[in-house]
Structure formats: C-alpha cells, structure tokens
Design a protein around this ligand. Structure first.
Ligand code: SF4
Length: 350
C-alpha cells in the first residue's frame, strides 16, 4: 500500500471513531488529496456557518488562519457569546493569508480615528472583508461596522451608503473598488488609504469627496491578473464566458462577463447548459476541480496558486487526529471575541 493511501486509511479509521463529535472542513482552494478527507467543502463563511451549527466538539479546519479564526469566533455562545463551545484546529498552523496580514487592528483603529476626525459631520462605518484577522474584525465591530464576503459585499456596502454613512473598507482595495464600480459610482468616489504613509497619504479634499476609503491591501494571487491575460485567454477560447473573482484589479475585472465570489463562480458553472464553455479567473485548485464537471468546458484565465492554501496535507490532518497537538489549536484571544463576533453577526443580519 502506498504512503498516501495508508495515510488516508488511518484518517478514515480515526474519523469513524469520532462520529458526529468531529467535523473536518476544507476550503475550495485545498488540494484534492485534502478535499478527499473532508466532511464538507465550501467557501470560508459557508464553512464557519456549518461549524457553528454542528454538534461536533472538535473541528479541523483545512484552510488559512482567518478562516479557522472565523469558525472559532462563531463557535462561541452563552451570555454575550463568551463561552467556548468547541475547539477548532488548523492542521497547517503556519498557513496565513498575505492579504489579511496587510491590515492590523492597531492600523485600522488609527485610520478610523484620523478619518473620523477629518469628517466630524459624518458617520464613518468600517466594513471588513471576512478575509481579515480577528483583531481587525474586532475593531470593525467596536465601531459599529460589519464584515462582508465577496458574495454579499455589494449588499453590505449599499446598505451603509444608503444610510448616508461613509465607509472605511479593509483590507482588499480591489474588492471594494469593483463593488463601487458595479454599483455605478465614479472612480473618485473611492480614495486609497496608504497604510505606510502618515494620514494615509490623503488630502482633506480627497477624504471629503470620497464615499468609500479603501485600505491599500490586496490578494497577491488574484491581483496578479493583467489585462493581457484576458486578451490571451479570449483569443485562445473564443465564445467562452469569462468569470473572474472580484479580488482581481478593476481594470481586469471590468473585462469579465461576470465577476463572482468563489461560490458564485461554482454556481454559475453548475447552472449553465451542457456544452457551455468558461474561462475562470480564480485559484487553480478550484479551477482544476471544475474541469472535472461533465459536459462543461473550463479553462483557467491563467493558472494561479495560493501557496498558503497549499500548505495543508493529509499527513498534517492525521497528525492532528493522532496527537491533538496544541500547536494546531486555534485560540482567538477572548477579549476580541464579543466585538469580532458582532462584526460577523451584523453582516449575517443584513
Ligand atoms: S487566495 Fe488570496 S485571499 Fe485567499 S488565502 Fe490566498 S492570499 Fe489570502
């Protein structure tokens, strides 16, 4: 028996012993060998919801740190959400998200204070992409803001703008720029906050004329797409529908037939007529899995891989199952939980 199948067999044996007291979750960007070990596969928010609704005592989250943290935040309950109900484990504890790490709680707090002072007549509401660390979600929650996903971002941004609020959006500049463009706002409605420049590098006039101030973070993987990638792919696959994840730069995303979250892209392809053809601009583990769908022709816009998502292996899952190594345990500091949870729950309630 090969090492890989021996490992899968040991995981299955451990899995069977735990029954419904254990849940193994995997993000769509995980390798097929990891997906084969999971009870459910989905996007980060979908998986956190499954975690929160389950009866499992232990949850193994195959993905990057902010995802496991969001599951941990939603797994609290009791008075004011302060009681830890179950434990969350990350087989690759070094798997982070470079975009999430581009914003800190301290940095977001300082930016919010500076901007709110410059806009004394306005309500400045933070909105944070769910792809952010727990301390950033906690600052957002403390100032009355909400999280959003790439799927519901339009709805959340529209909600606060309709209330007359201005928005400080972190950490992905491209997601919010794409949302504002698709909502019909002109480019000058978005001002870019440069996190390494005092005052964000913005003049008073730029701050006052912006409806949304965008943190200057990005997903280095999706942001690497260029307009030439689109030209080359369209030429190679004429007639194929182009679906691009909204973490791509606006110049690229605006060339797509549709921008869509991970879930949105999967659903659009599933719904399409047999024989439909697509060019897909997102992480390659998912694109490769979509290529297995019968009756659909799928091409990568250009193969892009998230190294952090690729860090989890079946061997690491087995290591957690056999040792429950504390180094793999996810522990969001308790003092962050109430505000971080308020940030996520406000999104769920909108
Ligand atoms: S694909 Fe981008 S946003 Fe997702 S985990 Fe990797 S770096 Fe972060």
């Amino acid at each position: 028996m090969s090492h890989a199948s021996e490992c899968l067999e040991k995981i299955a044996a451990q899995r069977a012993q735990w029954g419904d007291k254990l849940l193994i979750l995997g993000h769509h960007y995980q390798d097929a060998s990891v997906v084969a070990c999971c009870d459910a596969v989905g996007d980060s928010l979908e998986l956190s919801r499954i975690a929160a609704a389950s009866n499992a005592d232990r949850i193994i989250f195959c993905g990057v740190r902010f995802m496991a943290e969001t599951a941990e935040i939603l797994c609290y309950d009791g008075a004011e959400g302060r009681q830890r109900r179950r434990s969350v484990w990350q087989p690759a504890p070094n798997a982070g998200c470079p975009m999430a790490d581009m914003a800190t709680g301290e940095g977001l707090e300082a930016a919010w204070q500076t901007l709110q002072k410059a806009l004394p007549e306005d309500v400045l509401t933070p909105v944070v992409y769910v792809n952010s660390n727990a301390e950033v979600k906690a600052v957002c929650g403390k100032h009355g803001g909400a999280a959003c996903t790439s799927g519901n971002g339009h709805h959340v941004v529209k909600h606060f703008l309709a209330l007359g609020h201005r928005i400080l959006f972190a950490p992905d500049q491209h997601l919010c720029t794409n949302i504002m463009r698709e909502l019909g706002y002109p480019p000058e409605a978005v001002a870019l906050w440069h996190r390494d420049i005092p005052g964000g590098g913005l003049s008073e006039e730029q701050i006052r004329s912006a409806r949304l101030i965008a943190w200057d973070g990005c997903c280095p993987i999706h942001a690497s797409y260029t307009t030439s990638d689109v030209t080359i792919a369209r030429k190679a696959h004429p007639g194929a529908e182009l679906l691009i994840h909204p973490e791509a730069p606006s110049a690229v995303a605006s060339l797509a037939d549709k921008t869509g979250s991970t879930k949105g892209i999967i659903e659009a392809i599933h719904r399409a007529e047999p024989g439909s053809s697509f060019i897909v601009g997102t992480e390659d583990h998912l694109v490769e899995r979509l290529k297995q769908l019968p009756g659909k022709e799928i091409h990568a816009l250009r193969p892009i891989l998230c190294e952090d998502m690729g860090l989890t292996t079946p061997e690491q899952i087995l290591h957690v199952l056999e040792t429950w190594d504390e180094a793999c345990r996810v522990r969001v500091p308790e003092e962050l939980i109430p505000d971080a949870r308020a940030c996520v729950e406000r999104m769920l309630a909108l």
